[in-house]
Structures are given as C-alpha cells and as structure tokens.
Design a protein around this ligand. Sequence first.
Ligand SMILES: *Cc1c(COP(=O)(O)O)cnc(C)c1O
Length: 472
Amino acid sequence: MPYLSTRGRAPPLKFDEVLLAGLASDGGLYVPAVWPRVSDRELRAMATLSYPEMATHLARPFLDGTIGDAEFAAMVRDAYKDFDRPDIVPLTPLGANEFLLELFHGPTLSFKDYALQLVARLLDHVLAKRGRRATIVVATSGDTGSAAIEACRGRAALDIVVLHPKGRISEVQRRQMTTVISPNVHNIAVEGTFDDCQNLVKGLFVDARLHKDAGLAAMNSINWARIVAQIVYYVRAAAAVDAPGVKLDARGQVAFAVPTGNFGNVYAAYAAKKIGLPVSQLMVGSNANDILTRFFETGEMKAVTVTPTLSPSMDIQVSSNFERYLFDLVDNRPDVVNGIMEQFRAHHAFRISSERIAKVRTSFEGFRLDDAATLAAMKKIHAENAVLVDPHTAIGIMAGRAKRRDPKVPLVAVATAHPAKFPDAVEKATGIRPALPDRLADLLQRPEHCEEIRWNLDALKDYIRSVAKVAA
Ligand SMILES: *Cc1c(COP(=O)(O)O)cnc(C)c1O
C-alpha cells in the first residue's frame, strides 16, 4: 500500500519514505493510496487491549511492512511508558451522554505528545537503519516546540532546533522548551513573530545544499505518521463509551468535538471514520481565526490575517492538513486539487460547489467562539461540571454542545491541553490558578538555556551547520 501525493506529481512512496520526506516534492501531502478497513468485530475485540497494543494493531496496516512488527510494538510501548495515567487517554463523564477525552497526560501536557513521542522514535529507527542522521527544525507558537523537544531529546540519530518568537509565548510554554538541557536540543528565541520564525524555517528548507548537508527534516503537523498515531485515541474513546454501563446508541455511533487549528487532530478522527469507526459527526471548534468554520458555513475557504487569541495553538491563517481531506472530497483527483490549490495561491481564496459543500457537511460542522465567550464557557464548565479546562478545550466542548444533532449519540469532546498550560486564562475565567502536575512542579525554578540573537537567515544557516552532526 504506497502513499500518493495529493498533487499527483511526486512519486508514490512507502511509509518510511513518507516519514522522512514530510511534504511531497510537488508541494502536496501524502495520503494512503488505499485505506485499510477495520471490521466492527475487530473494533470490538480491540476494546480489551492495552493502549499500546491497540496502537500497534491499528497502525500496522499503515506501515507497509517497512518496520518489523516486534520493533514497532517495542517503539509504541516505549513512547507511552512515561505518560502519567496507566490508561493513557482517560475518558471522563462531563454532561449528559457527554465525555471529555483527556489528551494531556504526556510529558508536555498537550495532545501533541501522543503523536510526537512515537514519530521521534520512528524517525530515529528509520534513520539508524540507513546509517543516517537528521536535524529536525521546528517553528513553534507554543505547544509543538515543547512536544517535539521532549520527543527528540537524547535520540541518537536526531538533533532538534526550535525557533520561537521571543516574548510571544507563555512562560510555561517557553520553559517547557528551554529547561530541557540535552546536547541534541537547541532553542532559539527569534526577535519577531511566529510568522518570522516560520519564514526562517522555510528559508532553510529551500536551500537544497543545506537541506542535504544538515539532513533537514520536519516534524510539523503535515507529517503523516502523526495522523496514524492520532487515529488510535479516537478508536480508544469509542471503545470506552461502549464499555458496560455506557452503551453506544442503537446505531453504534459516536460524535467528536475537536478544537482545531491545522486540521491534523480532527483529520485523524476523519481517518478513523475512513477505516471503519462509526463516527456520526465531527464538530470543529475555532476561535476568532475561523477560516474553517466560515468554510463549513459558506463553502468558501478564504485566508485573512491572524488575530492573537487566548487559544494560541488555533491562531492559524491556513489549515495545512485540509488538503488531505480535500483530496478525499474530490474522489482522489490530483488535477482537481491542483486547480483548487492554484486558485488559493493566487487569490488566497477558493470556493467549492454546492454539491461538494453538502458532502462536506455530512462529516463536518464548524463553530466559533471569541475570547470573551471562551472565558464565559470556561467559567460555565467549571461551575456546572466541576472541571477546569484550558481555552482550546472549552471551545471544543462548546462546539459539541452547539452542533450536536442527536443527544442519544455519545459526544466525546477532546481536551487538547492541560489547564495548567494556560494558567492566566483559566484564572481569569474561574478565579482558580491550576497547578502543574507534580513532575513539572519545579518548572519555574529550573535553569533555562536558549540562544537569544537577532537572527537573520544567513546567521541561522551557519548555526544549523554548526549543530548538525551530519558529515557534509
Ligand atoms: C495544536 C493544538 C491544537 C490544534 O490542533 P490541530 O491538529 O492543529 O488542529 C488545539 N489545541 C491545542 C492545545 C494544541 O496544542
């Protein structure tokens, strides 16, 4: 089962090659040529497995035989061994037939740990087998950087360089990166915005010579292996609501509400549906940066400038993973995807037909919440359900409550970050300052290490060459 580029002008690749490539050479994203299917019986049988066993079972058909079964199973066990809950993804009741899927029990307290812990091990394994090394370069507006650093620290075949906009991320987010002292971890505070960081990283990747010399690689949200890892918790959640005492409704369905930025997390829920999970609805929550919600409402995807919000991990202009869904929507026709993406490049906007938007709405619905409404939602959820949620999670819960069609179908809202990751917003909304989990309790006292220079692209290139341990 090879992978195809959504734009159809790059060679089909196997799983391990897709992992190393990131973006396809034609600018497209890799998707499976044929989706594996899991039967209802298999899904039910899987409910009794441990999380790592379930992950191993679900991911196997996506691996193309490029990684040995026993090796993969060991990597998965290792990836989740330090999560602070034995069930890895606790599902807690919230309201009536409504549940919270807690995806913040990994080392950096956001759902990104669930994918990146595994992806770093996969990369390390595939590179070591080829006798190669890679330099991972990441631009972050907060959560991705720390999750990538924790995943890569100490891995023999990887160096990681993370650029963050100086002074524009929260103290907890910064410290989760800069207090990791490891010879293969390099933090850079950029005098500028997140866009400046991203442009610097793009500038590195288009330098073919540097790309090769430093073995540049990405771990951003378009990485296909991240999607595979994220499918697992959706299947897990569906199995958990079907546990004795909490029955799936007669049609055996489940609905998910997901706070969304780059469309990676909710696309994984769609992928779970593609392989056979009975998903009735996917509700996408957005903040003031509501490009997706506007698209689901109008059929027009129109990029506008980014507004900073209380939920910074959803402050995006364009959702990079959307192209994967688009390819599926147009029946796997790269010519149609190319036409649409060409229009988007030229006009920062495209519109799809009314038949196509009707089809989109059979799977997705969007909902937006501005900052004031997000704070009110956090307060209400705390008052009524006695849980503290972070701003992203609150938006997801409210999307689910607003758009849910059938109260008999269990609604699973995805908690993408621990409330203590966004203590200022939580305190503003509820009057309570959430405490960090014990293992991070001394985070604010730990020493930090970070390069703080006014960076330009040439200086950054020199720096990358100095840290990359790849022989030129
Ligand atoms: C990254 C992130 C999101 C957005 O996820 P996407 O996969 O980009 O849609 C939402 N919430 C939190 C806390 C995040 O870190």
